[in-house]
Design a protein around this ligand. Sequence first.
Ligand SMILES: [Fe+2]
Ligand SMILES: [Fe+2]
Length: 502
Amino acid sequence: MHPVTGLLTVLDTVLLVRTAPCEFEVRFTPPVWFGAIFGPSMQSQPFIADDGTSFLGNFLVDAEAHWGRGESRALWSGPWTEETVGGDVVLEAGAATVDGECLLVIRRLGETSGDLQEVLQTAREQSLRFEDLFRSDEERKKYQRYLEAEIQKRTRELEDTVRQLRQTVFDLNVAKAEADRQREYFRSLFQNTPEAVVLLDGKGLVVDFNSAFEELFGLSLEVAEGRSIDDLIVPPNKREEARQLTEESHGNRVVKVQDTVRRRQDGTLVPVSIVGAPVVIGDVGIGVLSTYRDNTEQKRAHQRLQDAFIDVVETVSRAMEMSDPYTGGHQRRVAKMASRVGEVLGCDESWLEGIYIGGLLHDIGKISVPSSILVKPGQLREEEWLVLKSHTILGFEILSGASLPWRVDLMARHHHEKLDGSGYPDGLKGDQVNLESRVLAVCDIVEAMSTHRPYRPARPVASIIEELRSGRGTAYDEAVVDAMLSLIEAGEFPFPVEPIPE
Ligand SMILES: [Fe+2]
Ligand SMILES: [Fe+2]
């Protein structure tokens, strides 16, 4: 219990601070009788004294004038009686000004005071002279002595109360200064952090954000405050992700989204990582603090690295094709075809990237095949044919040492496998051949048939289509053949016979 609450309880006194004429705010927990007389809701609402017809109302007319003078000396009302369900209660009110605040105290008086109150009340009501109430001078003097003693006692009590109040006001000012300092400290942290930070309420509506957030999304707080964060910065295709993020953050746990995008005010998209953390006071979650990290630079750096890697792979691919001038550009054409087929099949970006790299390197094992075999016109002898076929195994061995996110080693090994088991080197069937190798197998054959070789001319498109149709579902994957046929019909393939410009 607050020490002042304890003191007020001991004195059976209510302390009120004037907020407007005849309007007061109750400070500290009042005694039960206060609610019984003046109504139970005065703790959450201002206590408003009535229209002036009651005793308290009359006293407040004098008290207002007293406060107007700003006197710290107390003005006392003298006792009066209020009726309650539990019986009559004798009260007394005092008004004083302390540290610029107009204070009103209402105190319940004890039983002895009750006797005196009865006398005073009677005197007031009947307009009798005070002296007339007493049977003798001795009786009057007795009451006068009693009154003087009471006045002295109450003056001391009021002085104690005023001292306590001064201390309390001082303590409150110190606490307020500390609270202001801490608020300023956290405000500074919030504003100056380089990450874009937004504070949302329990419904996902914007309460506040810092300057980094303002800069990242081109929003002003005047426009955004009170609006849904989802409506402000979430593009339509990320609505579900954002809804889940908000829902999980309100479940009182930290939620992260690593690689996503949000929309700026001008409609452009910005790649971001998001961390949503619940804001909890006591056990109650009151909102979410979301941090947005701009990934633009990271993405650019990653893209530069990726471009450099593809450049290296394309260079390796070009270098090895130099040993077989008749098939120059073969791997690069297969790589591009395979990417387009993958797009038609609905494969994701990473898969398309993988098959492009796999396409560029699928024949890398041919570096161990003598040029005399690679460029030999006419039919190969059995042993030459075995050497040529071994490019799949050697390619696998070369690439299996590479730590890449895609199985390009399997693409090199299995791009001559056929679904009916008639391919090489392992004679795999059906699902044993992965999708990448099935796509490469079709692209490899289309590219090979469409280019001129020492031992045969390029085949016409109709002949290529016929070959694909006859092998559909037996040698070649049906979906892959359909995708390739749609691209041929659209005029994308086969590529021109001339090598792709370097
Ligand atoms: Fe091959
Ligand atoms: Fe090939």
